[in-house]
Structure formats: structure tokens, C-alpha cells
Design a protein around this ligand. Structure first.
Ligand SMILES: *[C@@H]1O[C@H](CO)[C@@H](O)[C@H](O)[C@H]1NC(C)=O
Length: 132
């Protein structure tokens, strides 16, 4: 019994993640087709190297907006490992419509990944590692 508890604690710990953002307007970055969205420009490598990772917390300084205004994720760093789509985003960002992960080397997208983004309009995963 003790062992079981310890084991589930470890799993919980290992599959939760904190995202650190620079919150900004997409007009000043490279998302020309979805300009003027309020986005989280991911600021530190979240190292998402296994599927079904749940976002536990999102950190970053808002100027005059808040988490409820955030409409997308943006990442364009070759050194960031974003191999899978994280889950739990709708708990923080009810208006979420954009995922832009360039150079994250996304390997796979599963159907249950996208359930987490019921309002998603733009999915841009250039320089991914998917084989199709
Ligand atoms: C995956 O990457 C290739 C090559 O960069 C690109 O053509 C394709 O549109 C990408 N897939 C998605 C879903 O963005």
C-alpha cells in the first residue's frame, strides 16, 4: 500500500509541468496569419519529451491583461524540446486558438491532445519530427 502511494506520487510529479511565458501580442512576432493575438511566448525550455504531460502552472508577467486573455502558445527556439502537445491548457486559457511551435521537433500528435484545445484555429508545427 505504501509502495503504491509512493509510486503514484512519483508519476504525478513527473508528468506535471510549469510553463514560463513572455506574454505579448503576436503582431510583433512571426505569426502573420493570426496577428494581434495575445500569446504566451514560451521563454524557457519546457522539455516536453513524453506524451500526456499536464501543465500545472503558467508563469509570466502580464501588462494589462490576464491568463483569461491568452490566445496561444508561441515557440521558435531550436534549443527547446517540445516533442508532444501538452495537456491542461484549457484550465488556464479559455480563449486559446493558436499553437505555433517552430523548431520544437514535435514527434506525434494524438487525438486526445487536441481535446485540450476545443477552440483551436491555428496549428503550426514547422520543423517537426513527424513522419507523415
Ligand atoms: C511538419 O513539418 C513539415 C516540414 O517543416 C511541414 O511541412 C508540416 O506542415 C508540419 N506539420 C504541421 C502540422 O505543422
Amino acid at each position: 500500500m505504501k509502495y503504491l502511494w509512493f509510486n503514484s506520487f512519483l508519476i504525478l510529479f513527473a508528468t506535471c509541468l510549469v510553463i514560463i511565458c513572455n506574454f505579448e501580442k503576436s503582431s510583433i512576432i512571426n505569426v502573420y496569419y493570426a496577428s494581434n493575438l495575445y500569446i504566451c511566448n514560451i521563454n524557457k525550455d519546457p522539455s516536453i519529451t513524453s506524451p500526456n504531460i499536464i501543465i500545472k502552472k503558467v508563469i509570466g508577467t502580464h501588462i494589462s491583461m490576464s491568463h483569461k486573455n491568452v490566445e496561444g502558445f508561441y515557440s521558435d527556439s531550436i534549443s527547446f524540446k517540445i516533442h508532444y502537445i501538452p495537456h491542461g491548457v484549457h484550465n488556464f486559457f479559455p480563449k486559446f486558438v493558436l499553437i505555433y511551435i517552430n523548431n520544437g521537433r514535435v514527434k506525434e500528435i494524438h487525438q486526445n491532445d487536441l481535446v485540450n484545445y476545443p477552440k483551436l484555429k491555428y496549428l503550426d508545427l514547422d520543423e517537426n519530427d513527424s513522419s507523415n
